[in-house]
Design a protein around this ligand. Structure first.
Ligand code: NDP
Ligand code: OAA
Length: 264
């Protein structure tokens, strides 16, 4: 039987996920800010119902995916989880806010919902989380993107993105700071922190490289298990160069997992 999906946010990632939805999963509801509601209704032309709050949904989605960014998770996450729904999340950076994290965890516990943190634009989160069970000594993360991918972010206050002529580190700090300062660009830092050694102990470098067209994520982890380095060179989405294609694909995978009795 076809399962019915609710999507929070319908920007670059949301429309890519919609395009690639697996057979058996149908987009039934899209939740957007009031200001976008009319335009989104026009875009979807009746293919899904457009809402601005979960309370307006009289039925029960089989899965809710958040593709809205940190404000979208903060606005809708609690109500979705209190309804006992499964919420797949890409805006993991919002969870650097401990109060929000606790609110969402409490809502899930009390309402019977489940929050599934997606691997997003990176790989290796399964191995990192397993490695943590034996003790981790060190986890570092570097993100390197083209100037156009950092445009409109806090990076513009730290470096002249139009004038940069060589690969340059413009931010060094912990994962919590990175996720808060770069809400559309550093969710991966928070994902790695949540799978590994936490927000404060995950060291992060953010880099701009005028010679690259990729979104590169490099993770190094060391612990009782041994050591690994993962370098992922992702293609950005054409419609939003901040966002890697793999992040959208991780949402598609979550939809497929919801459909299949056996999943990887
Ligand atoms: N975990 C990961 O690896 C990754 C996570 N991400 C996260 O995914 C988010 C979405 O990416 P992308 O689609 O490319 O970004 P876009 O900016 O293209 O789309 C996000 C959409 O969500 C809307 N939105 C904002 N607030 C709300 C809200 N409260 N309720 C519903 N919708 C809302 C935005 O509206 P408006 O434009 O008005 O703000 C926009 O239309 C990023 O912001 C980032 O936080 C992205 C890449 C990787
Ligand atoms: O998509 C990416 O490359 C990473 C990203 O934007 C994020 O971590 O928020």
């Amino acid at each position: 039987m076809t399962q019915r999906l609710m999507m929070i946010g319908y920007g670059a990632m949301g429309s890519e996920v919609h395009r690639l939805l697996p057979l058996g999963m149908e987009l039934a509801w899209v939740m957007v800010p009031e200001a976008h509601a009319a335009a989104t209704r026009d875009r979807l032309a009746g293919r899904a119902e457009v809402l601005t709050a979960i309370e307006a949904c009289a039925e029960r989605p089989d899965l809710v995916v958040e593709c809205a960014g940190q404000p979208g998770l903060a606005e809708h996450g609690e109500a979705v989880l209190r309804r006992g729904l499964t919420l797949a999340v890409v805006a993991t950076g919002a969870l650097a806010d401990e109060a929000l994290f606790d609110r969402l965890a409490t809502a899930a516990r009390e309402g019977g919902g489940r929050m599934q943190l997606l691997s997003g634009a990176v790989a290796g989160m399964d191995g990192l989380a397993a490695a943590r069970e034996g003790g981790l000594d060190e986890v570092t993360y570097e993100a390197c993107k083209a100037p156009r991918s950092w445009k409109g972010s806090h990076a513009a206050q730290l470096i002249d993105l139009d004038a940069v002529s060589e690969k340059t580190v413009f931010f060094e700090g912990d994962a919590g700071e990175a996720a808060r300062l770069f809400p559309a660009n550093s969710n991966v830092a928070a994902t790695i922190a949540l799978a590994g050694v936490g927000m404060r102990d995950t060291r992060v470098q953010l880099i701009v490289d005028p010679a690259t067209r990729r979104n590169t994520h490099r993770i190094h982890a060391k612990g009782r298990f041994g050591e690994f380095t993962i370098e992922l060179n992702g293609h950005p989405l054409e419609s939003n160069p901040k966002t890697s294609t793999l992040a959208a694909l991780s949402v598609v995978r979550a939809c497929r997992q919801a459909l299949e009795p056996v999943s990887f």
